[in-house]
Ligand binder design. Sequence first.
Ligand code: NAP
Length: 238
Amino acid sequence: MIDFSGQVVVITGAAGNLGMAAARAFHSAGAKIAVVDKQREVIRVVFGDDIPEDDTCYFMSANLMDEASVAEMVRDIGDHYGRIDVLVNIAGGFSMGPPLYETPLDTWEFMLNLNARTVFLVSREILPLMIEQGTGKIVSIAARAALAGKANMAPYVVSKSAVVRLTESMAAELSEHNINVNCVLPGTIDTPRNREENPEADFSKWVPPGALADVILFLASDGARAINGAAIPVYGRS
Ligand SMILES: NC(=O)c1ccc[n+]([C@@H]2O[C@H](COP(=O)([O-])OP(=O)(O)OC[C@H]3O[C@@H](n4cnc5c(N)ncnc54)[C@H](OP(=O)(O)O)[C@@H]3O)[C@@H](O)[C@H]2O)c1
């Protein structure tokens, strides 16, 4: 098992399906975690008695689309733990749309803000800390759908493509600072929402959140120090 003792890991979207799995995995591996999501109360309910807020787990609410809220969140975590070793950008989401010619501007902007702006704002805010430390790892969640355009999901595809390009750009800028920036391209994750929306699908072909969390932990570990700017496919058996 990878040992994250002594490391501080920030996980955004931590109250969601993948976020929970990643937060639990990092915590079990000895990390001090800061779990970030929209509502503190939801975080509290999700982590329950399992991982209560204590000196190894810090609950943090923020609107990650909002510049001031992100700045406050990062300042708060920095003050609390004194360092940030790993950032896992998980907050994001998907919605199927109409064809592009019927897509409202609001839908376009929401999807880009949800998936790309959040990664930009949180990474930008945390990076000066990592640069000062001389070490850091960022792992972001793009999607398999980032690789090619598809009907009725242009805003999502574009927003996740942006995550891949942001990853490559940051990796190019930061390698001299001993900071690795990578992303994963999940296929369909085995979540309750996906099961509900696709009851006929073969769930065994999807990616279990815990399996995806294992890949994220590896990318955040010293074992992945030679990987920088990569977009790793994690498709399960689909
Ligand atoms: N599920 C899949 O099949 C799949 C496939 C490929 C890639 N992905 C990507 O994997 C990641 C995790 O997916 P998931 O299924 O675990 O999603 P999820 O369960 O919806 O979790 C995402 C979490 O992010 C939070 N969040 C959204 N906007 C936020 C904001 N502005 N500020 C703070 N928190 C915010 C959400 O809160 P609310 O619920 O309150 O909005 C939610 O708790 C996402 O980036 C998703 O796009 C998922």
